[in-house]
Design a protein around this ligand. Structure first.
Ligand SMILES: [Zn+2]
Length: 264
């Protein structure tokens, strides 16, 4: 039996691209891959803590913050979701030191195949984590730029042609069909206006696989706010989703929730 506060799943890939999952709890780092196929009880214990300041709260904002942190920290700012609106150069960054470390650094615009073709951006040193978090089975960096805002601008241009969202229902209900990402990249880059100063990168496609025994028959979601107990057989893990026979849960959505986990 393990107890602790939920944070997003830690995902790494082995040399073959197989996703290795760890659930980080206070008293243990729980390896999840070996639990696929097992009956589990995952129980919300009724307490929620802000994942930033630790204060006890009744509801979370943006997947784990108290309202004060949500309004204060740069990670929860609007520009976090809309990188093209990064306002560092206006002198209004919530935390310029954080901005220098996290936004004024090399970013990657990539194509991925999660529930289908999508475009996305990420800090270049966290590419793999980003793809695994999204449950991508293929990914290809296409452009690198020197700061976050530029990545957002390129993404905005490409969004006219490609989705930038993952369809979670598709993601948790079937395997994605392979896509020729190189071909997609070549077609897409032709659509960019010539005046956009970007560094196009030529890399190979990365492939990933997830520990999914099978998919749930219905894509209903578990919600700890309505039902505090999930007692079901874990049949897979993909992206930040735990797949059970009777439904799925997006772990990231319940950051800060105190839970217990036991097998059987
Ligand atoms: Zn807080």
């Amino acid at each position: 039996m393990f107890r602790g506060i939920l944070h997003k799943l830690i995902i790494t890939a082995d040399e073959k691209g197989k996703a290795i999952y760890t659930l980080p709890l206070e008293d243990a780092q729980v390896s999840l891959n070996s639990l696929v196929g097992e009956s589990l009880s995952l129980r919300f214990l009724g307490t929620i803590s802000c994942t930033c300041c630790g204060r006890e709260i009744r509801k979370t904002y943006d997947g784990g913050y108290c309202y004060v942190c949500f309004r204060r920290i740069p990670e929860a700012d609007f520009c976090s979701f809309k990188p093209e609106t990064c306002h560092f150069q206006l002198g209004t960054c919530r935390d310029p030191e954080w901005g220098r470390r996290n936004c004024l650094i090399t970013h990657t615009v990539y194509l991925a195949n999660s529930s289908g073709l999508k475009v996305g951006i990420t800090r270049s040193h966290t590419e793999e984590t980003r793809w695994l978090d999204q449950g991508a089975v293929q990914a290809l960096p296409i452009v690198r730029v020197t700061e976050r805002r530029h990545a957002g601008i390129v993404e905005t241009l490409l969004k006219r042609f490609v989705n930038d969202k993952t369809n979670w229902r598709l993601l948790v209900s079937k395997d994605a069909q392979p896509i020729d990402l190189i071909q997609e990249r070549d077609d897409l880059l032709k659509s960019l206006p010539e005046r956009v100063p970007i560094e196009v990168v030529d890399e190979s496609v990365r492939s990933f696989s997830y520990p999914v025994e099978r998919y749930p028959e219905k894509t209903s979601t578990f919600d700890f706010n309505k039902d505090p107990v999930i007692h079901d057989r874990l049949i897979g893990i993909k992206g930040q989703y735990l797949l059970f026979e009777r439904g799925v849960i997006n772990v990231r959505k319940f950051g800060g929730y105190h839970v217990s986990l036991h097998a059987g």
